[in-house]
Ligand binder design. Structure first.
Ligand SMILES: [Zn+2]
Length: 309
């Protein structure tokens, strides 16, 4: 399998090439995350202790009992198009329930430029789901109005995830933690005529296919990339943190449906392990991406990362 790292692996760069496709990471945040059990209620000290030779300190800080996390986009350049997968937190967004996300002012657009793309270069935006850390840079504030950050892009959303968040629906169920997200990061894209609703199975450039990965949210998707030089899976929040590899039953408090999320997680990990697929989550800290080795049993599934540095 052809896998080449670009020269700089830094805050905005984790460039690699699969066949004719280039993939670069564009970071919006990296550092401490939530307390372990604040994020993963089943997280136990014996878990990190059993894995500490690789888990500490890169992914977990035992002193503070905090997970370490990254929030990043994946910039994908095929021979035909420039595609952004997940758009992080964004700037100037009112997110009163999460101080890390609230009213930020970060140079993410500059990091995108260092990764080789200007906002007007983006042809497609794909969001694995509509949580605040995956749609934020869909829009930016201009003269007091939210406008699409990528003026030439089509934003490809799935009908199921869009319906879950569309607060104009009469049956929409309001959640305080999700206030403002649809209004400031999704609706302006609709109003600008830049949204295209697609179904699972939609394929872009004969290379990137939208697939169901429900559970974390009802319409969560994963995006499968097939190239002559290898096969990758952008899995969004199917897996938040590497502790969920040896212990896939560890669920996140942000999973809408933890039972379905677990089944999706196991399906993804089995699929990656069986076919040597490169896994590209949204929140793994450095080195960000891995292949998967299955080390468990049918009764007790367990996996280990094979880091791609
Ligand atoms: Zn997320």
């Amino acid at each position: 399998m052809m896998l080449r790292h670009a020269m700089d692996v830094n805050r905005c760069g984790c460039g690699l090439r699969l066949g004719l496709v280039e993939i670069t990471r564009v970071e919006d945040y990296q550092g401490p995350g939530l307390k372990s059990t604040g994020m993963f209620p089943d997280f136990r000290p014996e878990m990190w202790q059993a894995q500490k030779d690789w888990l500490v300190p890169a992914f977990y800080d035992p002193q503070e009992d905090r997970i370490r996390t990254s929030i990043h986009s994946w910039l994908v350049r095929t021979p035909h198009h420039t595609i952004l997968i997940d758009s992080c937190i964004g700037n100037h967004k009112e997110r009163p329930v999460d101080p890390r996300f609230h009213m930020r002012n970060e140079p993410w657009i500059e990091r995108l430029a260092r990764a080789g793309a200007k906002p007007e270069d983006i042809d497609f935006v794909m969001c694995t789901h509509f949580h605040a850390d995956h749609v934020g840079w869909n829009t930016r504030l201009e003269n007091g109005r939210w406008v699409p950050s990528f003026p030439n892009a089509k934003y490809l959303f799935t009908k199921k995830e869009f319906a879950r968040w569309d607060d104009r629906r009469p049956d929409y169920v309001h959640r305080e933690s999700e206030r403002f997200i649809f209004a400031d990061s999704v609706l302006p894209v609709v109003e600008a005529g830049q949204m295209e609703l697609v179904d699972e199975g939609y394929t872009l450039d004969d290379a990137m296919t939208v697939e169901a990965a429900y559970g974390h949210t009802p319409g969560h998707i994963k995006i499968r990339l097939r190239t002559d030089g290898g096969h990758a899976l952008f899995c969004g929040d199917v897996i938040h943190h590497p502790i969920q590899l040896p212990y896939p039953k560890v669920y996140s408090v942000f999973d809408d449906d933890p039972v379905q999320a677990l089944q999706t997680r196991l399906d993804v990990l089995d699929n990656c392990a069986a076919h040597g697929i490169l896994l590209l989550p949204t929140h793994f800290a450095e080195p960000y991406l891995c292949r998967i080795d299955s080390v468990g049993t049918a009764q007790e599934p367990s996996y280990m990362p094979i880091w791609q540095r």
